[in-house]
Design a protein around this ligand. Structure first.
Ligand code: FAD
Length: 285
């Protein structure tokens, strides 16, 4: 049986953080509810009031200004997947959001909820981490900013305080000519949770040498992070099949270095090699 809950729908960010900081109640942000309402049935909630931010227009904007992307935390996966600016400059984020769940989940599930829920398999994380995206947090105590890769500390663990709300994410528009790509491996094609994923950004110079590269696997390590050792290895090298194969091996080796050998390693090593090669072909080929 679900326990009864209070429900409040604030009209502004200001009002939302005011409610979250109220010592008289234990408020919990509710955006699309696609994670929260499922969890509520499984785990006894440690809150007694939903603070519904799903209709806060303040956190539902996407814009680019002076080369900086501003992406509201309340934007749904469906909106991101179709947004012209996202598709033009950072299409891997649209690919990632399009791979989330089903149309129903994408229509209600939000980017902020995906990040705050911090599942290891959260599909938006690899692209956001590749972009060095910054999360902007608001509470009654003020504002602070944090890289997404630092905000999400591990599976279902974040640096968010209970009275904090993610208002938006910012990241720099990629330099001209940089291509982006996202690949997800799931158990089936639709409504599939990531077994493993990868996001990459890349460009070669006029001589065919790698002159921009960022690469981040998803559901591979407890914290979603760029594999900067592999990026450094790739920089300046001639983009070719041998390089992609070599990079795949290095990605897999780095993953095992971080996680140790687990029951899933036998599968993930091979799979990560394969998707690294594929993603590099897409962004550098
Ligand atoms: C059937 C199904 C399939 C799914 N498939 C996928 C999939 O393929 N890939 C994937 O990545 N996910 C998947 N999910 C998980 C979920 O849909 C996503 O994580 C979604 O983005 C969560 O967003 P939400 O708005 O629904 O979050 P909610 O459920 O509303 O909230 C999730 C958590 O985030 C907190 N929160 C929400 N917004 C904010 C904010 N602005 N600031 C601070 N905290 C906040 C909430 O308090 C809660 O703790 C699936 C879920 C279901 C039920």
């Amino acid at each position: 049986m679900m326990k009864e809950m209070d429900y409040i729908r604030p009209n502004s960010i200001e009002e939302a953080v005011q409610i979250l900081s109220d010592p008289g109640r234990r408020g919990k942000l509710l955006a699309g509810g696609t994670d929260l309402l499922v969890q509520k049935r499984v785990d006894p909630p440690d809150y007694d009031c939903f603070v519904d931010i799903s209709r806060l227009s303040e956190i539902q904007q996407i814009r680019v200004s002076d080369g900086v992307f501003y992406l509201g935390a309340g934007v749904t996966h469906a909106v991101i997947a179709q947004d012209p600016l996202i598709l033009k400059y950072v299409s891997f984020l649209a690919q990632a959001c399009l791979s989330v769940g089903s149309p129903q989940i994408r229509n209600t599930g939000t980017l902020g909820g995906n990040v705050a829920n911090a599942a290891a398999c959260a599909d938006s994380l690899p692209a956001l981490v590749c972009l060095d995206a910054v999360a902007h947090l608001r509470s009654k105590r003020g504002e602070r900013q944090m890289l997404v890769t630092e905000l999400v500390k591990g599976p279902h663990e974040t640096a968010l305080e209970t009275d904090e709300l993610i208002t938006h994410f910012t990241f720099l528009q990629p330099p001209p000519g940089v291509k982006t790509h996202f690949i997800k491996i799931g158990r089936r094609n639709a409504q599939s949770i990531s077994r493993l994923s990868i996001a990459a950004m890349g460009r070669k110079d006029k001589n065919g040498n790698v002159d921009f590269i960022r690469i981040c696997p998803g559901a591979a390590t407890p914290r979603t992070m760029r594999f900067t050792e592999v990026e450094t290895y790739l920089m300046g090298k001639q983009a070719c099949e041998e390089l992609y194969v070599d990079a795949g091996q290095r990605m897999a080796a780095r993953m095992v270095e971080i996680t140790g050998v687990r029951w899933s390693t036998e599968y993930k090593e091979v799979a990560l090699k394969a998707i690294t090669e594929r993603v590099l072909r897409e962004v550098l080929g």
